[in-house]
Design a protein around this ligand. Structure first.
Ligand code: ATP
Ligand code: MG
Length: 452
């Protein structure tokens, strides 16, 4: 409708024009107004223009606007050097050592502004023995900046001042055809950076775009290259994937392309156990749902879910060998965390929350005396309860337990008193100790237990 109207009003003038290798698409054709750009990003563009530089919104934001989605941030690209950008904006700072970017601040908003970069020519490039690029940090011009980007849909430049889109790789047509297409030769581009294979899966799942055939075809044969990517980078990408709001779709695609081996070795193991798979998929579904409702999500919760069945298995083995339940749970958690560290590199900063979530689980079973009230007052109760509900839903524990806690949380004092089960756990007998005597090993273990 609108397109037809525009066509009538603007007639033949509403056409893309070509300048060198660049197609310049006017507002009348693409329809993305500068009103869709955040105020801070617009100010950055206007400031740089006024100072005589080029400045564009780039990457995911332009793509998302064309797809009618809400961009999560607005990154800028310019021909000004970081020092020049810095001089234009008083409230800005240069960040990064390898490739310097400028953060320009307007109120609460920070706009990441980077200088056009180029892909280093093959003979000068530093690569590892598999051809992975180790450096990608030379300044370049706009055309070179477009060529180093991954997908044509990610290589569009929007000028908020003129409202024109600059397109070097037919990204506009690809977006209109709902296709994600790698710029250049996909084989070369995956070799340069194998993470692009995961980006292909994540972006196509998240955006509902189909992968162009030539972009998808080499992935199966090249997936081993993911093994050479530094763990920290893989973890970053995995987090983006799990937190994309489309984690279920991403994991399904990863499995279909057999890419989950390199990425999530643990996922492989877990997905083979019937209860484990159900539980992990429910946890991913739950995260997707929360993200769509704009509720908070923590990676620690998801990691805890991914590893829960491993912990359960290790816990069972230890109890079978005669270890006391809670001491066995502590040992099982450490064992699983240590084992995955070598494969997944989940940072230690998540350990504390994961452990808390796991340790609170057996406490839900205790429904006598003061224990449920003490559990309710735990700061992590809510997350642990959400975790319990997933366990119920997956069939690992009886759904009745979840229902009980659902009611107990919001019940009146009288109702709570009626709900409490008879206290079956025998009271600990106090033994007289000689003053100054060391605690026995068993008693020492008890002191560290979360179950009173
Ligand atoms: P998202 O919406 O998830 O942020 P995005 O496309 O914006 O998606 P970013 O990681 O924010 O992803 O990257 C910004 C831009 O940088 C991309 O749009 C793309 O142009 C470029 N880019 C990112 N990663 C790569 C890569 N591995 N190889 C080439 N270009 C990349
Ligand atoms: Mg982005």
């Amino acid at each position: 409708m609108i397109k037809k109207l525009l066509k009538r009003v603007f007639g033949r003038t509403a056409r893309a024009r070509v300048e060198g290798k660049c197609h310049i698409i006017p507002f009348e054709v693409h329809g993305v107004s500068r009103d869709g750009i955040s105020p801070a990003a617009r100010k950055v563009a206007e400031g740089l223009h006024a100072a005589g530089y080029k400045a564009f919104v780039v990457g995911g934001a332009v793509r998302d606007l064309l797809l009618g989605r809400h961009p999560k941030d607005f990154d800028m690209a310019t021909n000004a050097t970081p020092e020049e950008v810095r001089r234009v904006f008083r409230r800005s700072r240069i960040i990064g050592r390898r490739f310097r970017l400028v953060h320009v601040m307007f109120g609460e908003e920070v706009v990441e502004t980077s200088t056009f970069r180029r892909l280093i020519e093959a003979e000068d490039a530093q690569t590892d023995e598999h051809g992975r690029l180790l450096r990608d940090n030379e300044f370049g011009d706009q055309e070179q900046d477009a060529a180093r980007r991954d997908f044509s849909a990610n290589a569009l430049y929007y000028d908020p001042v003129s409202q024109e889109i600059h397109d070097y790789h037919d990204g506009y047509a690809d977006i209109r055809a709902n296709t994600l297409r790698m710029i250049g030769d996909p084989l070369v581009r995956y070799r340069e950076d194998p993470v692009r294979m995961l980006r292909a899966v994540r972006l196509s799942a998240k955006l509902g775009m189909k992968l162009d055939a030539a972009t998808a075809a080499p992935i199966a044969g090249m997936k081993e290259l993911l093994g050479n990517v530094p763990q920290a980078r893989l973890l970053d990408e995995m987090l983006k994937l799990l937190m994309s709001g489309h984690a279920v779709e991403c994991v399904k695609k990863l499995r279909a392309m057999e890419l989950h081996h390199g990425l999530l070795p643990m996922l492989d193991v877990i997905l083979e156990q019937p209860l484990g798979e159900k539980f992990v998929m429910l946890a991913l579904q739950n995260t997707d749902q929360r993200i769509s409702e704009e509720k908070s999500v923590t990676p620690a919760f998801l990691f805890a879910a991914l590893l829960w069945h491993e912990v359960l298995a290790a816990w069972k083995v230890r109890q079978g060998a005669g270890e006391r339940p809670v001491a066995a749970l502590h040992a099982a958690m450490d064992e699983v965390l240590e084992r995955q560290r070598a494969q997944l590199a989940i940072p230690r900063r998540y350990d504390a929350i994961m452990k808390e979530l796991w340790l609170l689980q057996p406490r839900f079973e205790q429904r006598g005396g003061q224990r449920p009230l003490r559990l309710l007052s735990q700061p992590r109760f809510r997350a642990a309860y959400d975790f319990l509900l997933l366990r119920c839903e997956s069939g690992e524990v009886d759904g009745e337990l979840g229902l009980w806690w659902d009611e107990f949380q919001d019940a009146t004092d009288e109702r709570r008193a009626a709900m409490l089960l008879p206290d079956e756990v025998p009271k600990k007998r106090r033994r007289r100790k000689k003053p100054g005597a060391k605690p026995e090993p068993e008693a020492a273990a008890q002191m560290a237990l979360p179950i009173e």
